[in-house]
Design a protein around this ligand. Structure first.
Ligand code: SOE
Length: 403
């Protein structure tokens, strides 16, 4: 125990929870913000401490540690997970290293938070679920980072659906559109290589919308029919370091080995029909996630670019005066909002990572199972694999194996 920890303990301050993060690009920055802020906004039973961050490039990781407020920097993730001041390992690396790091961290006695998609394959995700189950019997927790569940309006939408406000569900319609690959000159980053990313728009964006559809409805997808396409098959090879979505490219080109876009329909367990579109080629769309759910008694719609709002239609109201109305999800009674700003003072993308950190800290302190679990991540992985199988056969209906 450090002198500061000892004096905090004496003063009755909550115990600390040491965080170690692997990765420091876009997601690393977003998660850092979450860990840094959660304990200042919410009354947490444990205080997250940004103990150490890890990346392969010593200068870059030191700079990231200074920028994002981490006490120490490591260049080898094995050293990070061996540190005594790290109790939670947060994995923000490309998908090809998720399984190895997560399993090693669980075996080393740490709790784990892993960015989505959980892994690059069903087999890896299954191994991670097995390691998480073993670790659970030793009191450790494992969570996958589907941060959009933590948008207050999404969390509130789930509550309305669970309360039956939409009645029997008929349709789930979700699109997630970006445009950072619309330009054929955009460079060949790791996200465009199957060996690193597993898949393209499907795993990156499709994973989010599959998770949201299942989270909001409380149901699983049981089968899918899919089409996928790689519109730009060769792209300029990177000559410098890549920050994930961009980088400096030379004149040499290399093959894109993942999808640029994936479209699929699916059936939910109750019989409701779902449709999904995930693309990075929708010019003009930056981070446009739209969803609409229609039920017998009403409908809900959400737009990530207006994430403090939810559209709700109550179909039991008399037709002449009924219609979609806007719910501003900024009241203290709404999920996550009790500790933020007064009503109408909006939240944004970064707050989802603060809420994610809060939920994991609370689960660790209470010893309860965090959601989404690694098993939830595996279920999404199974849907993604079924989508790939179906797309390879030009939309042949493909069952999703159920646990
Ligand atoms: C890039 O496409 C990306 O950063 C995703 O990887 C994230 O999960 C999503 O939140 C925003 O877009």
């Amino acid at each position: 125990m450090t002198p500061r920890e000892a004096s905090e303990k004496e003063a009755g301050a909550p115990p600390t929870l040491g965080i170690g993060m692997v990765g420091y690009a876009f997601m690393g920055a977003a998660h850092s913000q979450g860990w840094r802020t959660a304990g200042h906004v919410f009354d947490l039973p444990m205080r997250p401490v940004l103990a150490a961050i890890c990346g392969r490039d010593a200068d870059a990781v030191r700079a990231a540690a200074d920028r994002h407020g981490w006490a120490a920097a490591e260049t080898d993730w094995r050293r990070l997970i061996a540190r005594d001041d790290v109790q939670v390992v947060d994995i923000c690396t490309p998908g090809d290293s998720h399984a190895e790091i997560a399993i090693a961290a669980l075996e080393a006695g740490k709790h784990v938070l892993c960015e989505k998609p959980l892994a690059n394959s069903v087999a890896e995700a299954e191994a991670m679920v097995r390691a998480a189950a073993d670790a659970r019997s030793r009191g450790q927790l494992a969570m996958v980072g589907f941060n959009y569940r933590r948008v207050p309006a999404i969390s509130y939408a789930r509550k309305l659906i669970a309360e039956g406000r939409l009645g029997t569900l008929r349709h789930v319609r979700v699109t997630y559109l970006q445009d950072w690959l619309a330009d054929p000159a955009a460079p060949l980053t790791w996200r465009l290589k199957r060996e690193h990313a597993g898949s393209g728009a499907l795993g990156d964006l499709g994973a989010h919308i599959v998770d949201l559809a299942q989270f909001l409805t409380g149901e699983r997808l049981v089968g899918v029919s899919a089409l996928a396409e790689t519109f730009v098959k060769e792209r300029p090879v990177l000559s410098g370091a890549s920050a994930g979505l961009s980088g400096t490219a030379g004149t040499e080109t290399g093959p894109v080995t993942v999808d640029d876009a994936a479209l699929f329909t699916g059936r939910l367990a109750s019989g409701a029909l779902a449709s999904f579109e995930a693309t990075r080629m929708a010019s003009g769309r930056k981070n446009a996630l739209h969803l609409e759910i229609n039920g017998e008694r009403g409908s809900l719609a959400f737009d990530l670019e207006r994430l403090n709002e939810l559209s709700f239609h109550d179909h039991t109201e008399p037709a002449p005066s009924s219609g979609f109305r806007r719910i501003l999800v900024t009241e203290p009674e709404h999920p996550y909002l009790e500790a933020w700003w007064p009503p109408g003072h909006a939240l944004g993308y970064e707050h989802t990572f603060v809420h994610q950190a809060r939920d994991l800290v609370e689960a660790v302190a209470a010893g309860t199972d965090p959601v989404p679990s690694f098993a939830d991540g595996l279920q999404v992985q199974r849907v993604l694999a079924a989508v790939e199988d179906s797309a390879a056969k030009n939309a042949v209906y493909t069952p999703v194996p159920q646990p």
